[in-house]
Design a protein around this ligand. Sequence first.
Ligand code: MN
Ligand code: MN
Ligand code: MN
Length: 285
Amino acid sequence: MKYSPQTVDLHTHSTASDGILTPVELVSRAADKGVTQLALTDHDTMAGFYAAKAEAQRRNIQLVPGIEFSSQWKGRGIHIVGLGMDLDSPVLKDAVQGQEQRRLGRAVLIAERLENKGFFGAFEGAQLQAGGSVENPVMVGRPHFARWMLEQGHVTTIQQAFKKWLGAGKPGDIKQVWPEVSEVVGWIKESGGVAVVAHPDHYKMTRTKLKTFLDDFVEAGGRAMEVSSGPQAPNVTSNMAQLCREYDLLASCGSDFHSPGQSWLELGCYPPLPQDLTPVWQHWR
Ligand code: MN
Ligand code: MN
Ligand code: MN
């Protein structure tokens, strides 16, 4: 279901993480779609911010500093969006660096496992696939290893790379360990930002479980949740709005846009927030 465009989008991705558009292209597209207040929330990095900022100024868009942190709660992967942090905060810088090290550590382990199976040069190969190098490593994940294996002729399809070497239970299946939600919320708070639960409906938690999670999130200092995320069903929006009221949270919303060409997902497009909620973006207006 596609929704009529809104002027705010507080959850988007660029090539600084797993998006397809560069930060400049993303801001430019947002402007074309009528967005006037935007957050670039790449996974565990703010590397795209300054390029995006310059374009935002040019196009007269307000760019709110943003990030989407990976974390865990009771062993479950949870994404926490941070908005409005002070970019010079040492806590934020350390946090981003720590997340980078965690990803890099995992990539090194995957590469070691593959090399043990005779696939030499796996680390460098995956880095090159992602636009990095051994000297200047960037974030790589299993898809980059898969593309390298395909290119080298170790496998005939990407699917085969996962099925034989990278998927569940295979040598390259290294679990990524992320910090606890409470720690991540602490980073965001300490760097002057607002912690937001990203796409709360995506975790497939029961309502009871989601409420236990929200108890912990609020206890840690979390203050907002995405009531509206991408092309979600109307009953999801009303369920999330209900929780937002119950926990007295600020309401956020965003498309979680990663790439153009998906007719059901566009910048600024998500179900409108119920009128009675307090929007998180009031802060930066
Ligand atoms: Mn993503
Ligand atoms: Mn996410
Ligand atoms: Mn996202």
